[in-house]
Design a protein around this ligand. Sequence first.
Ligand SMILES: Cc1cc2nc3c(=O)[nH]c(=O)nc-3n(C[C@H](O)[C@H](O)[C@H](O)COP(=O)(O)OP(=O)(O)OC[C@H]3O[C@@H](n4cnc5c(N)ncnc54)[C@H](O)[C@@H]3O)c2cc1C
Length: 350
Amino acid sequence: MKLVIVGGGFCGSFIAKKFDGKSGYEVLLIDKKGYFEYSPGLIRMIGDPEYHEKITVPYTEILKESKFVKAEVESITPEEVRTGSDTFRYDHLTICPGISYPVYLERKEDVHTISSGREVKRLNQDLKKGDHVLIVGGGLIGTEAAAELAAKYDDLDITVVHSHDRLIERNPKLSSSLAESFLRKKDVDIVFGERVVDREKGRFLTSKNREIKADVVVWAAGIGRDTQFMQDFRAEIRADDGSLKVNDHLQLNGGGRTYEHIFAGGDITDIEEEKTAHNALRHARLICKNIERSRKNKSLKTYSVQKNPILLSLGRKNSLLIYPPYGFQGRLPALIEWVVERAGITFFQM
Ligand SMILES: Cc1cc2nc3c(=O)[nH]c(=O)nc-3n(C[C@H](O)[C@H](O)[C@H](O)COP(=O)(O)OP(=O)(O)OC[C@H]3O[C@@H](n4cnc5c(N)ncnc54)[C@H](O)[C@@H]3O)c2cc1C
């Protein structure tokens, strides 16, 4: 059976590894990069570009017997996947391209996202340009980025602009106040209830006409879903925000039709839950079971949304463990976070 996997992040790499070398399966993984990147570890690369080596595993190392193609997928049909130069037919397909992190400004120079190792390396270069850093967005990534910068650089003048009235607002209030007091102790300025909407000569303007001087900007507000490659399917398989609609078995599903041989997993799905690596791996495990079960004509397993603990890094020696309604901050959560990172990467290396 030909199993094609689009996207080798948490979800796709897990599935590829599980079926690699399994009898009866011919596995092909397609990704535009040549390696798996442990994205929660990207924060550690701020000020330490060499850390990239510690959080990446080449796909050729993950896969012992399966095929890997480094290419961008341009279109998918119910029978085949097309890149710029090749077409691959499949029996089963898993779509897991993750999400993107767009910058909502016309002029994007000196504006960075923490979306890939390459991006963080560019940010590190630009940090040499000046000491005023603006972080747009106080969600998980913006808060972690502010904490990492504040913990590593004493001389930076850091401002966080967040459109809500507290940091990481989808989490319990206690964790928001712990994160806020950590940043305030490190002298980070936080502006609540405003959005960055424009820029002018080294100054960034907010929705309330506040001017903020910034030499470098980290943009961590808003996400995008690039699923243009699904245009051969009926429009209803995509939600308004571009995410892919799935049924309880994580099969592509929309407009009254279920594509029984196509699964989607990870951040790209329209499931209402936090977009986390933990959830992407839960999807991957279920998809593996369901591919096997559908081959054997067994009834498929069902996905259920769960509330999971979240680890938020506040500099290298300090993390926040959020376990609703609780929040614990300190070295122990930082140690747990480090162990989770090492275990996650070792899994893909073995
Ligand atoms: C800075 C940062 C910190 C984070 N911290 C945490 C955390 O502490 N805990 C947590 O649980 N989660 C965290 N997350 C979220 C977590 O990384 C994501 O939820 C997880 O990576 C989603 O997995 P995925 O498999 O859906 O997609 P991804 O891991 O994003 O992988 C998608 C893959 O698809 C490939 N791809 C995309 N489009 C195409 C295409 N057209 N053709 C070919 N290949 C394509 C990409 O190259 C990529 O390899 C963090 C994310 C970031 C960015």
